[in-house]
Design a binder for this molecule. Structure first.
Ligand SMILES: C[S@@+](CC[C@H](N)C(=O)[O-])C[C@H]1O[C@@H](n2cnc3c(N)ncnc32)[C@H](O)[C@@H]1O
Length: 304
């Protein structure tokens, strides 16, 4: 099965470390759930036959709904944006960007979107032309990332959209808090949690994805949910930053949970001593003999 690449670039995207995460998922499971979807690098690599994906970002989940249900119309709308920017010089492209950003921000009132295909197309357009492929909202929920000056961006991504469309066919797409998952999981389901990371320092701000945030209380709630799911016989795998390790090493966490430190390229230890240089941790209750192990198709390219 050919690997599918994410359509959107997303902060915290996992394309670079798929080779660390996927082997720690179970090789056999019933349904797959990904409650903090973002760019969905793990889901697209795995292409599970069914399950749920979710993110609190409404515009993001509308995007995947359009990819699943209206991809031809989405591709046509993207092509219109491509034709328009291909005619413009740099200065005019920047002006066009800010016009489209205003249009994007005007489409949603009180959570309701007046043109879902257009919003999805504009989300992709902004993702491809903004500064660094960031998604950031101000306090009133307006997308506010500045223009990013890229030469000849492909704002259509036709092949990726077609592949993602196929991968999403039997997937339930949700837009709720991550805790929805406790109501939909069953025994031997697999859940991959990739929350906004626990800050490395008091001042580092890792919860900027949405107006709102993901503080210490939610990190603990996620840990408690992981323990509940474990007790229901669910396979749980979680990515986080090194400061989250202590939460998963507290006494009330079952021994079945292993915490492993990884760098971008290799696993440096298990349950470890020398954690210098660790960039992330992966927590999982999947027993060694049930894991996917090493697979071959991991893309090393970035999410762009
Ligand atoms: C680290 S990112 C996910 C990255 C993703 N795995 C990828 O490969 O691109 C975290 C995501 O969690 C979402 N999020 C934040 N708080 C949430 C919550 N309470 N429930 C569900 N999703 C949430 C953010 O919108 C963001 O897209």
């Amino acid at each position: 099965m050919a690997s599918v690449k994410p359509v959107l670039k997303w902060a915290g995207g996992k394309s670079q470390i798929l080779h660390e995460i996927v082997p720690r998922l179970p090789s056999d499971f019933n349904h797959y759930h990904e409650p903090f979807f973002g760019g969905g690098a793990v889901f697209f690599d795995l292409q599970p036959p069914n399950g749920t994906i979710n993110d609190l970002n409404s515009r993001l989940m509308n995007f995947y709904r359009q990819v699943r249900d209206n991809h031809e119309e989405l591709i046509e709308t993207n092509k219109k944006h491509q034709r328009e920017i291909d005619e413009l010089d740099d200065e005019a492209t920047e002006e066009y960007y800010y016009d489209k950003r205003d249009e994007f921000n005007s489409l949603r009132q009180h959570g309701l979107c007046e043109n879902e295909v257009l919003e999805a197309s504009l989300l992709l357009f902004l993702n491809r032309t903004c500064f660094n492929g960031l998604y950031r909202e101000n306090q009133s929920g307006k997308y506010n990332v500045p223009f990013g000056r890229r030469t000849s961006p492909d704002v259509v991504r036709e092949e990726r959209i077609r592949a993602a469309h196929d991968a999403l066919q039997n997937t339930d797409i949700r837009n709720q808090d991550f805790t929805y998952v406790k109501h939909v999981v069953g025994e031997k389901d697999a859940v991959y949690f990739d929350p906004p990371y626990k800050p490395v320092s008091e001042t580092a701000n890792f919860d900027d994805y949405l107006a709102g945030g993901f503080g210490a209380d939610k990190q603990r709630k996620l840990r408690d949910l992981a323990v509940d799911l474990h007790e229901k016989g669910v396979y749980v795998t979680i990515s986080n930053s090194p400061p989250a390790r202590q939460l998963y090493e507290e006494d009330d966490v079952p021994d079945a949970f292993e915490v492993e430190s990884i760098t971008a390229n290799r696993s440096i230890n298990r349950n470890g001593d020398d954690r210098t240089g660790a960039k992330e941790i992966i927590v999982t209750n999947v027993p060694q003999h049930m894991r996917q192990g090493t697979l071959s198709s991991f893309g090393q390219e970035d999410d762009a």
